[in-house]
Design a protein around this ligand. Structure first.
Ligand code: 4HQ
Length: 259
């Protein structure tokens, strides 16, 4: 069950190193994922290989021309009918873990990376879905495409270590992660919570769920609203809401620190 990514970009070199390191690099080596870049400039027909032009109606910046984009997408699609085409843009659907999961079931994603002020509106007719990685402005869609590739790839069976399933991590249950510790047990007087040294697995599990709920409540209450909590977790949330120790959950307010 190999997954294929074709990236349409004016800067294919941006994709060489970052996606071939570490976990993703291993996944590529193992043949679990394949990442190919397609240089949109190779699909121009004119002598100077022009990919952008001034906007009709005036205004600042340049717009990516429709013909090279259309021809690049048609080229990729002619080789693979099952391709699902995505345009990365702040105007797209917000990218989240649910969307990453849905995309990870597709055998072939084609990612269009825009530069300048974006693409000619008519290029959108070649696109199946528009996705935004967040409400900020990048210089191009390339980093957004890499974020998407990373988040989707780690959901493909075999990409994470066998002992490590994507189903266990934060966001699987719509909560933030609980605090993690490793050696030493005492760092400058700051000790690892005693329960984690106890060897009492049910106590550890309870502590972790409580901490995850506390942290989510304080930092991302919007996530709690959509989390499907077990009855036990609802009980823990009640406890936390009733003010039973909200300290020590690792939140330090940036505004607070300015003072
Ligand atoms: N850009 N999420 C502008 C983004 C972006 C985002 C990509 C910058 C498209 C034309 N893409 N280009 N945020 O900021 O996906």
């Amino acid at each position: 069950m190999r997954m294929k990514f074709d990236v349409l970009t004016l800067f294919p070199n941006m994709f060489s190193s970052p996606l071939r390191e570490s976990i993703l690099g291993k996944a590529v080596e193992k043949g679990l994922i394949q990442i190919q870049t397609v240089n949109i400039r190779n699909f121009t027909l004119d002598k100077h290989q022009v990919v952008d032009d001034a906007p009709y109606g005036g205004g600042q910046g340049m717009v990516m021309k429709v013909e090279p984009i259309a021809r690049a997408i048609e080229s990729v699609k002619s080789q693979n009918r099952s391709a699902w085409t995505i345009y990365l843009t702040p105007q797209g659907k917000p990218f989240d873990q649910d969307l990453a999961k849905r995309l990870s079931t597709r055998p072939h994603l084609v990612l269009l990376c825009g530069r300048y002020e974006g693409v000619d509106e008519r290029a959108r007719e070649f696109i199946d879905e528009e996705i935004s990685i967040g409400d900020y402005v990048l210089t191009g869609g390339e980093l957004a495409a890499m974020v998407l590739i990373d988040a989707v790839s780690r959901l493909i069976p075999g990409v994470l270590g066998s002992d490590r399933s994507a189903e266990e991590d934060s966001f699987f249950n719509s909560l933030l992660e609980y605090p993690q510790y490793t050696r030493p047990v005492d760092f400058r007087g700051r000790r690892v919570p005693e329960v984690l040294l106890s060897g009492n697995h049910s106590a550890i599990s309870l502590w972790r769920r409580r901490e995850a709920i506390k942290r989510t409540l304080l930092r991302r209450p919007d996530l709690l609203a959509k989390a499907s909590l077990t009855d036990e977790e609802k009980g823990l949330l009640e406890e936390v809401l009733q003010g039973k120790s909200i300290d020590g959950c690792g939140l330090r307010n940036a505004d607070e620190e300015q003072k």
